[in-house]
Design a protein around this ligand. Structure first.
Ligand code: ATP
Ligand code: MG
Length: 262
């Protein structure tokens, strides 16, 4: 499956992307995790040391110019070699640090966007792999069509009105882009939280409590993996994946056939 994770700032998008990627990889699936945010935090959430996290593609002006040109932009640049060249491998998991599409900086934001879109479209074509895109916070990037090709959208929210209102806004925009398969994940939610009546929220697929062990650990390490609550986190990830699974894709061999993680 190709999924994107969206939501208001700080709600736990990167954490959830890392949890789901780790879960899928332990189930034996070839999984790509794509960091499409400015904060570049997905690598550290996976426990990678800073020196092992590559700089974001969006800042590689030489590569961008080489593939896309400047002035006259090649909108179909050659990208087939890039995933292999740029990924960081962690067993079944591959991390690709793209950087923010909206924040593509320097003097070549359009060129960087063209390369990112082509690369994402290329990765999304391969139906045998799973891919999770960790998006930057907010709603703006959804309008750019970057996520138009994903199968499903995970909208993360905290149990707060503002966070849920942004979730509903994101869900509405994504639906306008044709991305109607959506799942809401409540993060840091006390048990038994009831959702307020905010129109347009996706169906709730899973809730994760505030893990005090994670809060404590974040003082000394950015990694969100290998928590003692991993079994219950896996359960939540499974619920999210099931909520977004395409039965037709499963029949065709394209959906995840998950073996219990080792
Ligand atoms: N269920 C949880 N229990 C405890 N801590 C959590 C939980 N979920 C996330 N966190 C912590 O909250 C912080 C923010 O999470 P995260 O970076 O995943 O949010 P984000 O939505 O990706 O933020 P941004 O919008 O900046 O990209 C991190 O330190 C993370 O470890
Ligand atoms: Mg993040």
């Amino acid at each position: 499956m190709k999924l994107a994770v969206a939501g208001k700032g700080g709600v736990g998008k990167t954490t959830l992307a890392a949890w789901i990627g780790d879960y899928l990889a332990r189930c034996g699936r070839e999984t790509w995790l794509v960091d499409a945010d400015t904060a570049l935090s997905l690598g550290s959430a996976l426990g990678l040391a800073p020196q092992n996290i590559p700089p974001p593609l969006v800042l590689d002006e030489t590569l961008i110019r080489e593939r896309v040109g400047s002035g006259f932009i090649n909108l179909s640049p050659e990208v087939a070699d890039l995933p292999e060249r740029l990924r960081v491998r962690l067993g079944n998991l591959s991390l690709l640090v793209m950087g923010s599409v909206a924040g593509a900086g320097g003097g070549c934001a359009c060129e960087a966007n063209a390369l990112l879109k082509a690369l994402l479209a290329h990765l999304l074509l391969d139906r045998t792999q799973d891919l999770i895109v960790d998006l930057e916070a907010g709603v703006e990037h959804l309008g750019r069509g970057t996520v138009a090709d994903v199968d499903g959208l995970i909208v993360v929210a905290e149990p707060s009105w503002r966070s849920l209102a942004v979730a509903a806004q994101i869900a509405g925009l994504a639906a306008e882009l044709g991305l109607v398969r959506q799942a809401l994940v409540l993060n840091r939610a006390p048990q038994g939280t009831t959702l307020p009546d905010i129109p347009g929220l996706p169906p709730l697929a899973a809730s994760f409590p505030l893990f005090s062990s994670l809060s404590e650990r974040q003082l000394t390490s950015p990694s969100v993996l290998q928590l003692s609550q991993r079994d219950s986190i896996d359960q939540g990830c499974r619920a999210v994946l099931n909520a977004l699974a395409d039965p037709a894709a499963c029949d065709a061999g394209g959906g995840p056939e998950l073996q219990p993680p080792r």
